[in-house]
Design a protein around this ligand. Structure first.
Ligand SMILES: Cc1ncc(COP(=O)(O)O)c(C=O)c1O
Length: 387
């Protein structure tokens, strides 16, 4: 077994720090250099050093990131892209053709819905939304023979619904389709869908993987080498790859994923306790709550329940908007998964693209990305904003 394979069998934290990269042979650099190069000197025509010929096809900094994220998801191969949506588009075109059909979450991230509804549909791919938490409804949405992908997020964005990955994988496979899991909200630290039967994991690495709100990126991880070939071909043919600087930042983020996620979870649990006791807060949506309809499944397939918390205020949309504008430690902004806490109004911000559709989210909903600041400061900030 090579040193690399040995590391891939190690604990999560060890893999996060070591998988995908050996200290540089020439210098011993323990951190992969940022290979800011578009091309590579060949030793005679076709004499590539380490397989590198052009950086759209492969770049050593990106290779390190791809190896690392594949090891964290317990997959065979990882692929890094310029954004989560670039990863999604590449995956869809790798595995589907015009005339095919996919099932998507009925509360998918707005940008994912827009991609299927406004881009892939024009290309000839049809989609049917279904609730990821209801296996029977997902089954009913499948069109045997036509459905190529069952696409789920779990937890979903922003309603934190939970899909049973093992059950959905069985369902998809029985219908001849593949199960794709967008694991952005959980991160590979809290949930590893490939080990539960999923075929492909999607990430917006912009979020918890990068973890510092300083880079936009996406990733795919697969366990089947035949699938990997198709994705590799399309990654190069479509060209929406992660650049070396972005790959380096994302890889730096992944090294501390485990410790960050534990603190995100600690703080989210404290914020949830505070919100559930607040008179101006109605539903608090967090998979860690026993009252959450997906709690039991989440308990089975997640290590902990993550840093995302959504809640509905009792005084309607205007109050929700005011709360979002009044916080000082929680920054009003889109995105999630960084060390700093963010607050947003999904209906007017991240999910504005689903307004007026069946996927529209409630106006009194507020979404928090709970960061790793002092929990007392986060709670005091929410208390001020709600009052
Ligand atoms: C669950 C989920 N998937 C995919 C994406 C798209 O990723 P990106 O913004 O990196 O393109 C996002 C972005 O917010 C997301 O929240």
């Amino acid at each position: 077994m090579s040193e690399q394979q040995h590391r891939n069998k190690s604990g999560f934290e060890t893999r996060a720090i070591h998988a995908g990269y050996e200290p540089d042979a020439a210098t011993g650099a323990v951190i992969p250099p940022i290979y800011a190069t578009s091309t590579y000197k060949q030793d005679g025509v076709g004499g590539l050093r380490g397989g590198y010929e052009y950086s759209r096809s492969a770049n050593p900094t990106r290779t390190a990131l791809e190896g690392n994220i594949a090891a964290l998801e317990e997959g065979e191969r990882g692929f890094a892209f310029a954004s989560g949506l670039a990863a999604e588009d590449t995956l869809v075109r790798s595995l589907c053709k015009p005339g095919d059909h996919v099932v998507i979450p009925d509360d998918a991230y707005g940008g994912t819905f827009r991609l299927f509804d406004k881009v892939e549909q024009v290309w000839g791919l049809e989609h049917s939304p279904a609730p990821v938490s209801d296996v029977e409804k997902v089954a009913a949405a499948i069109q045997p023979g036509r459905t190529k992908l069952v696409w789920v997020e779990t937890p979903t964005n922003p309603l934190l619904n939970i899909g049973d990955i093992a059950a959905l994988a069985d369902l998809a496979h029985a219908a001849g389709a593949l199960l794709v899991v967008d694991n952005t909200f959980a991160s590979p630290y809290l949930q590893q869908p490939l080990t539960l039967g999923a075929d492909v994991v999607v990430h917006s690495t912009t979020k918890y993987c990068g973890g510092h709100s300083d880079v936009v990126g996406g990733a795919l991880v697969v366990k089947d080498l035949g699938l990997a070939e198709k994705v590799a071909f399309h990654q190069n043919a479509m060209g929406a790859v992660a650049g070396p600087f972005d790959s380096w930042l994302t890889l730096r983020g992944l090294r501390t994923l485990a410790v960050r996620m534990d603190r995100h979870c600690d703080n989210a649990e404290k914020v949830v306790d505070f919100l559930t006791a607040h008179p101006k807060v109605g539903d608090v949506i967090y998979p860690g709550l026993e009252t959450h309809p997906g709690h039991e499944v989440a308990q089975r397939q997640m290590k902990r329940y993550g840093g995302m918390v959504s809640f509905r205020v009792t005084d309607g949309e205007q109050h929700a908007l005011q709360v979002c504008e009044r916080t000082e430690v929680f920054t009003l902004g889109e995105s999630l998964g960084g060390v700093e806490s963010l607050i947003e109004h999904p209906g007017r911000m991240t999910h504005a693209s689903v307004a007026g559709t069946d996927l529209e989210v409630p106006g009194d909903l507020v979404r928090l990305s709970v960061g790793i600041e002092s929990a007392e400061d986060l709670i005091a900030d929410l208390e001020r904003a709600l009052d």
